[in-house]
Design a binder for this molecule. Structure first.
Ligand SMILES: Cc1ncc(COP(=O)(O)O)c(C=O)c1O
Length: 370
């Protein structure tokens, strides 16, 4: 019979045990509620109204009896937001990525993927058994070397996060678009951390004028709700409805989720400056942290890695912050490459200037202000 003791001991010895903790009224730096919408009264009200109208669950896949107007209204809005023809909701961003990639790629295809892409993109390609080439993070020469030398019977895809979730840096999307055209590839971009913030809320592709084959987003970060989506051509969305297993064989989003996301889009559209305000706040915070001797490169966004390198330095820094009332989780391999442990701070619009100054002071105290 399968037992776990030996594996658990090894995980513990490597300092890689993961533990759940109940959120406990601390100054929070691990939340992706970037615009502070998850507790917004208008989102709560919209969710409650949706529950009263449709119930707490749609209790079936959307292809059975689980499709409601709120799903379709949100899909129309998300397509408009991202500048794509059409969009399709999934149960989460993870399910959107795995559903998309496992259905549009096959074992005859090649997928060129950034080494720091989110796990859900990696898993989607694994499910299709397409051959994956992982190019060095944002290294366009390395990618081009692969593109020029690897051919296949099927289709070729370039897959990237737009804003990298653990480093807070931005992919060279214009160059990626050029390469995808030059080498006849379909470009797939995951905008999970950028939607709602960059490009007046529409994401980095839209801000840069880049038109990928498909954009993936989540409702669970800046939009303060839950769920994920793929945006692309009408044909792509039709194809996914018939082929994406994580869409077909899974219950539709509960009514409260699309209702809250629709309200979040109203708020974002009426306050297009929110993202810029957040990015300015984050830039100021990065400067404060760097004064304490910690590196925050290559962050250029609201996601700020405080680099420690070794695992135990990351865990002890996280524990030190916790003793000082600050919640910031240590990020360790395999979530990040070996030797690059860090704590990941995400700045939100709910952080006051005093919160940020106080946190920088604590980090400064930790290093003795080197
Ligand atoms: C880049 C990226 N894509 C996708 C996801 C998955 O999104 P969700 O949390 O909605 O499953 C995440 C989640 O952290 C992410 O960082």
């Amino acid at each position: 019979m399968r037992t776990y003791r030996r594996d658990l001991d090894r995980i513990e010895e490597d300092g890689l045990t993961r533990r759940l903790q109940i959120r406990a009224g601390m100054l929070e730096f691990s939340s992706n509620d970037y615009l502070g919408l998850a507790n917004h009264p208008l989102l709560k009200e919209a969710s409650i109204r949706a529950i009263e109208m449709y119930g707490s669950s749609v209790a079936a896949s959307r292809l059975m009896s689980g499709n409601i107007c709120l799903h379709e209204e949100l899909e129309t809005r998300l397509a408009r937001l991202t500048g794509m023809e059409s969009a399709l909701l999934f149960g989460s961003g993870y399910l959107a990525n795995t559903g998309l990639l496992s259905s549009i790629t096959s074992r005859d295809d090649l997928v060129f993927t950034d080494r720091l892409n989110h796990a859900s993109l990696v898993d989607g390609v694994r499910l299709s058994r397409a051959c994956a080439f992982r190019y060095r993070h944002c290294d366009m020469d390395h990618l081009e070397h692969f593109l020029a030398n690897r051919t296949c019977k099927g289709n070729r895809f370039i897959v990237t996060d737009s804003l990298f979730s653990m480093d807070g840096d931005i992919a060279p999307l214009r160059k990626l678009e050029q390469l995808s055209m030059r080498y006849d590839c379909s470009l797939i971009v995951d905008e999970a951390h950028a939607i709602g913030i960059f490009g007046n809320g529409s994401g980095i592709c839209s801000e840069y004028g880049v038109k990928p084959h498909a954009v993936i987003g989540t409702l669970s970060k800046a939009l303060g709700s839950y769920g994920g989506f793929v945006a692309g051509s009408v044909e792509l969305v039709k194809y996914l409805i018939s082929r994406a297993r994580t869409f077909i064989y899974s219950t539709g989003l509960p009514p409260a989720a699309p209702a809250a996301a629709l309200k979040a889009l109203d708020i974002i559209e009426s306050q297009p400056d929110s993202g810029r305000k957040l990015l300015k706040k984050a830039a100021d915070f990065r400067s404060m942290i760097e004064l304490s001797g910690f590196a925050t490169a290559p962050s250029e966004s609201q996601i700020i890695p405080v680099q420690t390198g070794e695992i135990h330095r990351a865990t002890s820094l996280s524990a030190f912050l916790k003793r000082n009332g600050i919640s910031a989780v240590a990020i360790r391999p395999p979530t990040v490459p070996s030797g690059t442990a860090r704590i990941r701070l995400s700045v939100t619009l709910m952080h006051s200037e005093e919160d940020l100054r106080h946190t920088a002071d604590i980090l400064n105290f930790m290093t003795g202000g080197q």
